[in-house]
Design a protein around this ligand. Structure first.
Ligand SMILES: [Zn+2]
Length: 391
């Protein structure tokens, strides 16, 4: 009996050492390789997106690297990774994909989300940006309009839907207020014959610093100056049509010539600002006598422009800066001495090198503010300022 037990023990020990030495496992699983996936094994993706491999590794039961023998079967919903070792044992791993998009696009409005403007002033659409987690080709629809001739609260709705039907809506509120009360003490600064390299940029700068809106009656100059018209418009000033050619002989020869010249300038302004203006000033004013060579032309034109929907403005305060002044002080005096307790339309010019006016501008504005005047730009709701017609 003792003998048998001893034999059996030796046999068992022998078997155990065989297992240890040759790594013979009683379980077949231990001979299989293993695949390790890096990153998530269940991945959420945009509907049209394809997965970008985060990496994987295959190791055999004996720590041998098998990674470059892995085969991947790719389908939309999953990738199946497979590898087989020399013994014919195989490993398999699966990475699953869920194609979904529950995130709505984001619309960010440029400019204020709540705006207030006075009746008759322009509403300028400042635009938006749109971003989405999955889509880059989204189109935002803008619904609603602002009737600037009617007081009230208007909503502009910006809406967009991505390809997974997630929707976003953003609303801008625009309040159109009645014009300010104190119309009886208003100064409308007007600048004719610009823009110019030397004067207009600094005029715009002063107006911006003083937060004053004005009116520019522009004529045709080099296209290099177009940006000044655009800037004046974006700064909130009125761009009015003065003339394309400013050539009295041409424009006052016939109604046809006049309107052809007017339309040329109108089109140029519209191209630059994206806005059609109906505010005009006759070259020389409606009271001019330079058109006398064509008797009655101003009587005809002052009627026909109104019929065509234009609003023309002359002036009741002249700075005399187009000749007859020899200092900024004179420009200043000519303006402030003639201001009254009513609508004041001030004639000035921003043509090249008109430094007298440029150097008087800040003082004129300061005088106006100190004496209870408000400044405004001309619109079709501004009080008509018409001269007597002499021709
Ligand atoms: Zn002029």
């Amino acid at each position: 009996m003792k003998y048998h037990i001893k034999q059996l023990t030796i046999l068992l020990l022998g078997l155990l050492s065989l297992i240890l030495i040759f790594n013979i496992s009683p379980y077949q699983k231990k001979k299989s390789p293993t695949i390790i996936l890096e990153g998530e094994t269940s991945v959420s993706l945009c509907p049209n997106a394809s997965y970008e491999e985060k990496g994987y590794q295959a190791i055999d039961y004996n720590q041998k690297e098998l990674t470059n023998q892995v085969e991947i079967q790719k389908s939309l919903d999953q990738w199946v990774y497979q590898v087989r070792n020399r013994q014919g044992y195989q490993a398999k791993a699966i990475r699953k994909f869920i194609h979904e998009d529950h995130e709505a696009p984001v619309i960010t409005l440029k400019g204020n989300i709540e705006q207030t403007i006075y009746k008759g002033h322009d509403y300028i659409e400042e635009g938006y940006t749109v971003k989405d987690n999955c889509d880059t080709d989204l189109k935002v629809e803008i619904i609603g309009e602002v009737n600037t001739n009617q007081t009230g609260i208007y909503s502009i709705q910006y809406q967009v839907m991505d390809h997974a039907f997630n929707q976003t809506k953003v609303i801008r509120t625009v309040t159109v207020l009645p014009p300010p009360e104190n119309l009886d003490k208003v100064i409308y600064l007007t600048f004719d014959d610009g823009p110019s390299y030397t004067i207009t940029p600094q005029v715009l700068q002063i107006l911006k610093e003083e937060n004053v809106k004005a009116t520019f009656f522009v004529i045709n100059h080099s296209d290099d100056l177009n940006y000044l018209i655009k800037q004046a418009y974006l700064d909130g000033h009125t761009i009015g049509i003065h003339s394309y050619s400013h050539n009295y002989r041409y424009i006052y020869t016939s109604e046809e010539n006049f309107y052809s010249d007017l339309m040329q300038m109108s089109n140029k302004i519209e191209q630059i600002t994206g806005h059609k203006t109906n505010i005009i000033r006759f070259p020389g004013g409606s009271s001019n006598t330079v058109s006398k060579f064509n008797p009655g032309i101003m009587t005809m034109l002052t009627q026909s422009v109104v019929q065509k929907g234009y609003f023309y403005f002359d002036w009741n305060v002249s700075s005399e800066d187009a000749g007859g002044v020899s200092s900024a002080e004179e420009v200043y005096q000519n303006v402030v001495q003639n201001l009254g307790q009513h609508a004041n339309v001030v004639l000035m010019h921003d043509f090249e090198n008109n430094y007298y006016t440029l150097n008087a501008l800040k003082q004129i504005i300061e005088y106006g503010k100190a004496n209870g005047y408000t400044f405004a730009r001309l619109t079709e709701n501004s009080p008509a300022m018409h001269h007597r017609i002499y021709n």
